[in-house]
Write a protein that binds this ligand. Structure first.
Ligand code: ADP
Ligand code: MG
Ligand code: MG
Length: 883
């Protein structure tokens, strides 16, 4: 036994540091016990035991069953109760508990140990027969569903029938005799469903329940949740076997959930819900709509005061907002769970700032508390405060934000429509964790039942999805796909607006306004700026986006594309003239027409950036992108020919078709684009360089602002290309400056976006003042996949089956493409130590990628304007975590 792996830990053997082994729930129960908070006695089966079973086709590792037996014997010894005893029976819960909390995604079984042999003793000891049968019927249902896989409706139908036949509305109105009868029914239904194989021995039930919790680690909703949160499947779940305490022993007993601060707003105030004469599952599974915690003061005053003290104590101890489950058994308080509470982005920011003010944590700890990706939610719109529509119903404000969408009454339907990009409000009687796939893609969730601490609400807040819960009096007809609110019937094509901050629901789409960025947000941004080394710029090419970027803290533009401007309808004719020109003269004339337009665009960007650096990338896409589609143009010509149209028209369209054909490429992404185009048509980069300089001089004169001009040549793969292009650009710039009699600092650099460029970066750096890694194209060319084809094709499958950990266009492929970035930086700097390096792919706003770029030693990342705050925080965290 001595050299055997330890699979089981008693409650007093653990503490918070053992989270990887005991799971969050188990480690925190042990920690609470250690510091003297009342917790029912327990033992924990380790995550390693789950992993070992999982890796061995579900077969338990050697010694596990024996250690559970021994753990149970010790628990019996400590509690003085015995599992299955007819005198003093021990009842336990079997609870899942992963390293990272996954609210409601796995299974729990309560009241195990109640049986025909023990139920009388339970009744006598509590002096409450109704309570004993309530436990028993709950147990048969939970055990039957979770361990034996019996369909829930088997039990629910029987319960509904029973309530109807007794003429009562609530479970709590059923008498002891009713519940006894119901239990007998449940048992025979269960036995029937299992073909006579219903287990009645509590010991055997215990082992089967532990195994069922192991297996629930792999159930579909847990898989979906893990994937969405980036939690590894290899971690496994622990299993806690804990003595039951009973919130369903009458009106002096209760159960509930509370937070040490408001998880929606972060405010330091009472936030919680409870039910008397109930078990925890009734609250967390959203089966009944619970009462606000404030009301507990009048019902159970001593327990209420003790709860408040415990809350405060646990928050101080864990130095973070706590989400707690408690049960009061005959006025005595027990804590059943505590964890760092899931919260909205707004609450994360507010609690972090407040806790710094309260001296509870440092600014560095505060920065590490806030998940950068969550900031995104703060930048989403809310309902216009001037909107004075009248709510059609008001439920509980379970997860804030505004959601506008068409209705869906089924998670699968929501997942499908939401997946297609439709804006959906998922309307459910109550949401169960099984709805997770539908919830994730919805704008908002509206439920008829359940409170603000139900699992559904917790998950929604964690994901930044708006939720109004427990909307009173709404009638949902799932079959007909309708909901009746305030007398009016709404179907799948009707639109509602949810206000998750107030709980209000409006008919139709309410007007939305951009979010207001508050002081706390600004403060976190300032702390982040002080902590980070990496610069943060934005990708933007017009005045609005550039201004937004500056407002959100960008230190410059890392990528201003010049081709979007070419696509504007009023420009396209001139651009086409340039492309279709037969000779240099015609082309020059067309370019002369475009130049002032480009100049105006650049002036707008320079003006918005007020002296900050702006990297302008010269024309990048293949020319045929500016021409009509080949198939469409062929059809047009055919149609004109067949309908005998005017010969001049036919001729013109035919000529255009000829050009389209000439420029058509099999693989345009790898064809004549970027600097290759500029090599063939040098008058294009020349015109662009002139437009940039004229714009810079104009802004300098008009606004008195210096302008940080950085001219970027795309798609270079050979040093010679950059040498030639740089010369073209420099000549044009010098001519412009000479003509104006002015001087201006500017730099010329290139994108590194093809493996060959990274590999020969030492040669390319000879001609470059800066490198900007275009990680989108570098991912395509480095992995050898085209984004559109991959995403429409195999990539989803690869990510689902974990062949690839993430979509490489969302999170940088650090092992592969990452190496190209590292090589490019190293080689580039080996030639030129002062070489400035940055990245301008979408990865610039992805926190994990930002950390990689920090470690690769880049000077800055550039991302879309709304991701700038995310990148600032991610860069700060990267600096703090990689000191
Ligand atoms: P989940 O992850 O679904 O919240 P839990 O293991 O926390 O699963 O249990 C679900 C509910 O059952 C919670 O409300 C919890 O408080 C309650 N519960 C669990 N164990 C016990 C126990 N030993 N005594 C009383 N209630 C319990
Ligand atoms: Mg729980
Ligand atoms: Mg590119």
């Amino acid at each position: 036994m001595t050299d055997q792996t330890k699979w089981v830990y008693d409650l007093n053997e653990g503490d918070a540091s053992l989270k990887p082994l005991l799971g969050g729930k188990g480690a925190n129960l042990a920690e609470m016990h250690r510091i003297g908070v009342p917790v029912p006695d327990a033992f924990t089966v380790t995550t390693q035991a789950c992993v070992a079973s999982m890796n061995n086709d579900g077969e338990w590792p050697e010694g596990l069953a024996e250690q559970i037996d021994a753990g149970l014997a010790r628990l019996e010894e400590r509690t003085g109760k015995n599992l299955g005893s007819a005198e003093n029976p021990l009842l336990v819960s079997i609870r899942s508990g992963a390293v990272f909390s996954m609210p409601g995604m796995m299974d729990t079984i309560l009241n195990l140990g109640i049986s025909d042999d023990t139920v009388e003793a339970v009744a006598q000891l509590a002096d409450n027969e109704r309570f004993a049968w309530d436990c028993y019927r709950r147990f048969v249902q939970m055990y039957g569903e979770v361990v034996e896989g019996i369909a829930p409706n088997v039990f629910e139908d029987a319960l509904t029938e029973m309530k109807e036949s007794k003429g009562v509305a609530l479970d709590t109105d059923l008498t002891a005799a009713d519940l006894k009868e119901l239990t007998q029914q449940f048992k025979s239904l269960a036995n029937e469903a299992l073909g006579g194989h219903w287990t009645t021995d509590p010991k055997e039930q215990l082992l089967r329940a532990v195994n069922a919790v192991f297996k629930s680690w792999l159930n579909p909703r847990a898989e979906v949740y893990r994937k969405s949160q980036g939690i590894s499947r290899d971690l496994g779940t622990a299993v806690n076997v804990q003595e039951m305490v009973f919130g369903n022993r009458g009106e002096t007993s209760a159960t509930g959930v509370c937070f040490s601060r408001n998880p929606s707003t972060g405010a330091k105030e009472l936030y919680g819900e409870f039910l008397t004469n109930a078990q925890g599952e009734d609250v967390v599974a959203g089966i009944r709509t619970p009462r606000p915690l404030e009301e507990m003061e009048a019902v159970l005053p001593e327990a209420f005061t003790e709860l408040l003290e415990t809350m405060e104590r646990l928050e101080k101890h864990n130095k973070d907002m706590q989400d707690m489950e408690f049960t009061i058994e005959d006025r005595k308080l027990f804590m059943l769970q505590t964890r760092n509470g899931k919260r909205t982005a707004a609450a994360a920011v507010k609690t972090a700032v407040d806790m710094v003010d309260e001296g509870l944590i440092t600014t560095e700890e505060a920065l590490l508390r806030i998940n950068p990706s969550d900031l995104d939610a703060l930048l989403h719109p809310g309902i216009d405060p001037d909107f004075d529509g009248v709510a059609i119903v008001k439920g509980l404000p379970a997860s804030p934000g505004a959601a506008v969408g068409a209705l869906s009454f089924d998670a699968e339907d929501a997942a499908e429509r939401g997946g297609r990009g439709e804006k959906i409000i998922l309307v459910r009687y109550e949401t169960t964790p099984d709805d997770i796939a539908g919830v994730m893609v919805s704008q908002g969730v509206l439920t008829a039942h359940g409170g603000m601490t139900s699992h559904a609400a917790v998950v929604a807040r964690g994901m930044g999805i708006t939720c109004v819960a427990g909307a009173p009096g709404i009638k949902i007809d799932v079959k007909a796909e309708t909901v009746t609110i305030n007398g009016k019937v709404y179907g799948t094509s009707d639109v509602l607006t949810l206000n998750g901050s107030t709980g209000e629901v409006f008919d139709g789409a309410a007007p939305l306004v951009p979010p207001a960025i508050n002081e706390d947000f600004e403060k976190v941004g300032e702390w982040a700026d002080a902590a980070r080394r990496l610069g943060v710029r934005a990708n933007a090419e017009n005045f609005e986006d550039a201004s937004k970027a500056r407002e959100l803290g960008a230190e410059g533009i890392g990528l201003a594309r010049t081709e979007h401007m070419f696509m504007a309808p009023d420009r396209l004719p001139a651009v086409r003239k340039m492309i279709l020109a037969d000779n240099e003269e015609e082309r020059a004339a067309a370019l002369a027409e475009i130049l002032p337009m480009q100049q105006k665009d650049f002036e707008a960007i320079f003006t918005a950036m007020k002296g900050l650096p702006v990297t302008v990338r010269l024309l990048d896409p293949p020319l045929h992108e500016f021409l009509p589609n080949l198939v469409e143009q062929s059809l047009l010509v055919q149609k004109l020919e067949l309908t005998g149209a005017d010969e001049a028209d036919v001729e013109r369209e035919r000529a255009l078709l000829g050009q389209v054909k000439k420029l058509h490429e099999q693989n345009p992404m790898l064809g004549t684009r970027g600097c290759r185009l500029a090599m063939l048509y040098p008058s294009i980069p020349e015109m662009q360089a002139r437009a940039i300089i004229r714009a810079a001089l104009a802004v300098l004169e008009r606004e008195g602002e210096t302008v940080g001009v950085e001219i970027m040549i795309p798609l270079v793969v050979i040093a010679k290309e950059l040498q030639v292009q740089r010369a073209i650009v420099e000549k044009a710039v010098e001519e412009e400056l000479a003509a104006a009699g002015k001087t201006l600092d500017y730099t010329v650099g290139t994108m590194i976006e093809i493996p060959r460029a990274a590999l020969t970066a030492d040669q390319i750096a000879e001609h470059a003042d800066f490198f900007s890694f275009g990680t989108n194209d570098l991912t395509q060319t480095g992995i050898g996949i085209s984004r559109d084809d991959a995403e429409a094709g195999f990539l989803g499958y690869y990510v689902d089956t974990e062949v690839m950990a993430r979509n490489p266009f969302e999170g940088l492929d650090q092992d592969g493409v990452g190496q190209l970035v590292q090589i490019g930086v190293e080689k580039g700097r080996s030639t030129k130590t002062s070489l400035k390096t940055g990245i301008c792919g979408e990865h610039g706003g992805d926190p994990a990628s930002v950390e990689f770029f920090h470690n690769a030693g880049l000077d800055y990342v550039s991302c879309s304007p709304f991701r700038v705050p995310i990148a600032r925080l991610a860069a700060a965290r990267a600096a703090l975590l990689n000191k």
